[in-house]
Write a protein of this length. Structure first.
Length: 453
């Protein structure tokens, strides 16, 4: 009988209307393991997909099942600005995820997520984030020994703030970013603190063979607290150890230590966000002296479609003198891939960018936006970096700073709670620095259809 109910829910759930349900379910979260459906325990009736979201197990336990099917279609006429002979390409990416969230009681929880990822029709060799066999995307145990405290052990995703500037789940690319390790969290109404020690996952194309990258360690402490009624302040230490990595012509071990802060809030029609991080450490006998940050402000108009005009400044340091015994190139750690656009043409290292954007919401379920980004090198003698820290080949002796001017348009349509459609188009006009490397203008377009339950 239960199987029949679950099958019917899968078929009819996406079409169920808000009026047919006892209460409108919460929106899906970017980190699916953050979702909590325990409220359904007291729901008078389980309708739509509720039988999957809450399966009671005895007095204190319950099981939640979920998943995602996503298809992304990309077309680009000059990957990497056409440098190195890169040819036009049109291809699709498929992501399939299924998850199970088992709450044994209030103190013990087990969460697992299996993923299958494929690239379809790609002309170039697949990127490391394009293809993977069936494997554990997430698999952890939560222990909650006391109120406000939680210890998470195992494979997990990390996200500490909505912007995800330097630590992200990497939602845009096909395979999301996971880490193996431990994370201790303290959380109450006035403070949240995370202390973690992890290794990023090393992806392998086969099945059940992904493991943590023992040559890299990512660890730190992240604290956030409200400031007044409409702002929050974050302070953090983010540290990265990498063995045998390369900057320019030098290969060595990177030991990078970062401290930073972020302030975000809203006052009236104005919203704002400021974030900065300073990095110190050592690389191949050199001292690391790098920094990066962002400052942005937006204004929301009281008008139809609720238009919002915003401007943002982003800077990541570069290295103008590779022979001075200091490495000044900023490492963005594990940045959000679509922070600038889904085209993958803009990285945080050696960056100086201005972005102006206009967004609107014609309906409750539709958002549109246009933007212009002017991107330059912060240091003319350092490389041009693509996402996340990949140096663009070529460049010669040119110290030109102009990298590109990007015009971008986006559309998002939340068809239903379960289905979302995203469209993006980018035209990147190559600047003098890219042209000196043999690059040219780029046209890029992308469409995503995503089903989640």
């Amino acid at each position: 009988m239960r199987a029949a109910v679950l099958a019917a829910a899968l078929l009819t759930g996406p079409l169920a209307t808000g009026a047919a349900q006892a209460a409108e379910p919460p929106a899906f979260k970017l980190v699916r393991s953050d979702e909590d459906y325990a409220y359904l325990k007291s729901a008078p009736n389980l309708t739509g997909l509720d039988p999957l979201r809450y399966i009671p197990l005895g007095e204190n336990g319950h099981l939640t099942l979920g998943g995602e099917a996503r298809v992304r279609l990309d077309t680009i006429d000059a990957p990497r600005f056409g440098v190195g002979g890169a040819q036009a390409d049109t291809f699709a990416l498929f992501r399939g995820l299924v998850s199970a969230d088992l709450h044994l009681n209030s103190a013990v929880r087990v969460y697992g997520e299996l993923g299958l990822h494929r690239d379809i029709g790609k002309g170039e060799a697949p990127a490391i984030t394009d293809r993977d066999g069936l494997d554990a995307q997430v698999l952890f145990v939560d222990l909650t020994p006391a109120q406000h405290w939680r210890l998470r052990l195992g494979r997990q995703e990390l996200s500490f703030n909505p912007t995800q500037r330097f630590v992200s789940v990497r939602e845009g690319p096909n395979i999301r970013q996971s880490f193996d390790g431990a994370r201790l969290t303290y959380s109450d109404k006035s403070l949240k603190v995370d202390a973690f020690y992890t290794h990023p996952i090393a992806l392998e194309p086969g099945g059940f063979n992904d493991s943590h990258n023992a040559s890299q360690a990512f660890w730190g402490v992240y604290a956030t607290a409200p400031v007044g009624k409409a702002a929050s302040l974050d302070v953090y230490s983010l540290n990265l150890d990498r063995d045998r990595v390369r900057f320019g012509a030098v290969t060595g071990d990177e030991r990078r230590r970062g401290v930073g802060a972020r302030l975000a809030g809203k006052t009236g029609a104005v919203d704002y966000e400021v974030e900065g991080m300073v990095q110190r450490g050592h690389f191949a006998g050199q001292d690391i002296r790098a920094w990066g940050g962002s400052a942005g402000v937006g204004y929301s108009f009281t008008a139809p479609w609720k238009p919002r005009l915003s401007v943002r400044r982003d800077i990541g340091s570069g290295d103008n003198d590779p022979a001075d015994g200091q490495l000044k190139t900023f490492n963005p750690l594990f940045p959000k891939g679509a922070y600038f656009s889904e085209a993958g043409l803009v990285g945080w290292s050696n960056l100086s960018a201005w972005r102006i954007a206009l967004g609107a919401t014609p309906t409750k379920s539709v958002s549109v936006g246009v933007s212009h980004t002017d991107r330059r090198r912060q240091a003319g003698r350092d490389a041009i970096y693509l996402q996340p820290l990949a140096a663009l080949a070529g460049g010669g002796a040119s110290t030109a700073k102009a990298v590109s001017e990007d015009w971008q348009a986006d559309l998002g349509w939340q068809v239903s709670r379960n289905v979302k459609v995203s469209l993006e188009a980018v035209h990147a006009e190559a600047g003098a620095a890219v042209k000196a490397a043999g690059g040219r203008d780029v046209d890029f377009a992308m469409a995503i259809v995503q089903f989640r339950f």
